[in-house]
Design a protein around this ligand. Structure first.
Ligand code: DX5
Ligand code: ZN
Length: 218
């Protein structure tokens, strides 16, 4: 099976010190840096865009994992690629042309991801599997950090895992990941775990222990 990836979401970081926060989570053992983009339209919150990603990129030694919670996403894909995002994930619900969006991301030379909300059925990925490098199964409704894990998503993770088969596709989960929920999502078939509030609680001195707790539980 695939190695477990821990991807701290900088949504829960100190935004006045993002460069230092990224260095701190990487020193503490993060595998990727998860970057949440929200538009106040697709989700009821606003965060940061491609400009901040570009500013942050020189501080990232691992991989910058961009999660675009924006609609439409297509007009911004070039900007996030140019900013140096390694994976660019769009929501299946964010527009009528998921297939085209993934083709576009691949053409930009980036890893292409598809995210699905808790209310979305797993079969939306069936006809884009050859264009996807990652499938993000949301385990909360997107928009905010610190929400409770939705247990009904576990059977969907397993359904996505079955659909992916032997293809080289990461299955990522995002929302409510803690040492309690990590083993459940891994058992269901996830290999990349995003965690925001759990990793960043306690400040930089606690990051290594927080990441290790999730990794050991997984
Ligand atoms: C939710 C974001 C997540 C969020 C996770 O909309 O996509 O990445 O930061 O936060 P926690 O781990 O606190 O649920
Ligand atoms: Zn996210």
């Amino acid at each position: 099976s695939r190695p477990i990836i821990i991807a701290p979401s900088i949504l829960s970081a100190d935004f006045a010190a993002l460069g230092a926060e990224v260095r701190a989570i990487e020193e503490a053992g993060a595998d990727w840096v998860h970057y949440d983009v929200m538009d106040g339209h697709f989700v009821p919150n606003l965060t940061i865009g491609a400009g901040v990603a570009a500013a942050l990129r020189p501080h990232v030694r691992t991989k910058l994992d961009a999660h675009l919670m924006i609609s439409p996403a297509d007009p911004y894909l070039d900007d996030f690629a140019r900013a140096g995002c390694d994976t660019i994930t769009v929501h299946a619900e964010a527009g009528p042309h998921l297939h085209r969006s993934l083709q576009h991301i691949r053409k930009l030379g980036k890893r292409a991801g598809v995210a699905i909300n808790p209310g979305t059925s797993p079969e939306v990925v069936d006809y884009v599997l050859d264009l996807a490098d990652l499938i993000l199964v949301m385990t909360v409704n997107p928009g905010f950090g610190g929400q409770a894990f939705i247990p009904e998503t576990l059977s969907k993770i397993a359904a996505v895992r079955a659909r992916v088969g032997k293809r080289d596709i990461d299955i990522e989960v995002d929302g409510g990941i803690t040492p309690e929920t990590a083993p459940l999502v891994v058992r269901a078939g996830a290999n990349a775990l995003v965690a925001g509030s759990y990793v960043f609680k306690g400040g930089p001195a606690a990051y290594a222990a927080n990441i290790a707790a999730i990794r050991e539980a997984a």
